[in-house]
Design a protein around this ligand. Structure first.
Ligand SMILES: [Fe+2]
Ligand SMILES: [Fe+2]
Length: 385
């Protein structure tokens, strides 16, 4: 049972773990080859340089964030497999789970070939776009490539029909329908949850993408249902502010390493109260000068203004001890971030407990055990720091 509220970022290793479930060796190797070399082989199709791991699963709808495609791929494969197991039990069936795993992994494999990273990312709510010179959509691309690679026809049919009743061809096997329904469930649910994230981002004045960097839309949906809208906003704000502050500090450290330990005073203002005071004084000075100038005409106004501008743009030298201060500050903030994660996790556990309406006759040992383990784990983590 995994209860951390923070989003797990999937990697190719997770895909390879999934591939291990395919029993047929030939099929398994074909899928592995595809993961290792997913590019269409047609000479006119250029690599978009967006990897399967980083690609979103859509531009405006479900899983529209970095890492969304691999998340969707893993979720639908697992979903379809579990549905297959249930049906097998209920109806005494023998479904082809190899096909389900292979179909799940491959079904949207060509999507990155139609996406591009936006050059101007001023509005980071939408980092990706469709490529301008559109060739073929992901299904057609995939079928063509599977043909070329001589993949089993039943698998090709599953992939080509995964859009179900909305696609060019309907599935013609139970496995095919399961893949389609799993795809539909995961995409639709994510869509619903994305609308909630969109609304929260809007009323908090934050970027939607900042939410997805730390949480999946479904986790936000779950949190809203358990802890309520107001508390969710409070935690989101805390989390995102801390995350942003860490990001700024880490960038500053990088800048320092690249620019021989110098920083523009504006970027360095958080380093000390003196620098902050200095900038505030300059701001006040500028205001006073402007006010004065609007009452009486200050003869050397331009000169003074220029002087203040120069004083706002000076470069400061940052020595190693200050760099250490930044390191330590980052460390401190990361601990604070962990506390917020931990508090969120506790709230969720607590909600779970209330829902279970623990009574001593019930067998809740597993739940107690789990919570106990979690608390020990947290305390050991704290100890180690
Ligand atoms: Fe698709
Ligand atoms: Fe899909």
């Amino acid at each position: 049972m995994e209860s951390s509220p923070i989003r797990k970022l999937y990697t190719r290793d997770d895909l390879f773990n999934l591939v291990e479930k395919i029993e047929n060796k030939d099929l398994k190797n074909m899928v592995i080859d595809f993961i290792n070399d997913p590019l269409p082989s047609h000479k006119d199709i250029e690599d978009t340089q967006i990897s399967f791991e980083e690609s979103p699963a859509s531009i405006r709808w479900h899983h529209k964030y970095t890492g969304g495609l691999i998340e969707h791929t893993i979720a639908i494969t697992d979903l379809a497999l579990n549905m297959a197991k249930s049906l097998e039990d209920s109806y005494n069936l023998e479904l082809n789970k190899d096909l389900i795993v292979a179909g799940g992994i491959l079904h949207d494999m060509m999507k990155p070939q139609n996406y591009t990273l936006k050059d101007n990312n001023s509005n980071n709510n939408n980092q990706y776009d469709h490529i301008s010179d559109f060739h073929l959509e992901h299904l057609t691309l995939m079928v063509a490539e599977m043909y070329k690679r001589n993949m089993p026809m039943e698998l090709i049919k599953m992939v080509v029909s995964h859009h179900g009743e909305y696609g060019a061809m309907k599935p013609d096997s139970i496995e095919g329908w399961l893949l389609h329904y799993a795809d539909n469930i995961d995409a639709s649910l994510n869509d619903v949850a994305i609308k909630i994230c969109n609304a929260r981002a809007r009323d908090m004045g934050i970027q939607e993408q900042d939410i997805y960097e730390a949480f999946t839309p479904l986790k936000i949906y779950e949190l809203r249902s358990t802890i309520g809208k107001e508390k969710l906003k409070e935690y989101l704000k805390k989390y995102i502010d801390l995350n942003n502050e860490i990001g700024i500090l880490e960038d500053t450290l990088k800048d320092l390493d690249n620019n021989s330990n110098t920083l523009n005073i504006n970027d360095a203002k958080f380093l000390s109260n003196e620098l902050r005071k200095y900038l505030n004084t300059l701001n006040k000075l500028r205001c006073q000068l402007n006010e004065l100038n609007s009452n009486v005409n200050v003869v050397n106004y331009d000169e003074l203004n220029e002087c203040i501008k120069k004083m706002r743009n000076i470069v400061v030298n940052v020595d190693d001890s200050l760099k250490w201060d930044i390191y330590n500050k980052i460390d401190e903030l990361k601990k604070e971030l962990e506390t917020v994660e931990w508090e969120l996790e506790l709230i969720i556990l607590n909600y779970g407990l209330q829902k279970f309406e623990i009574d001593d006759n019930d067998n809740n040992e597993e739940l107690y055990d789990y919570i106990y383990q979690k608390i020990i784990q947290h305390l050991t983590n704290l100890d180690e720091k």
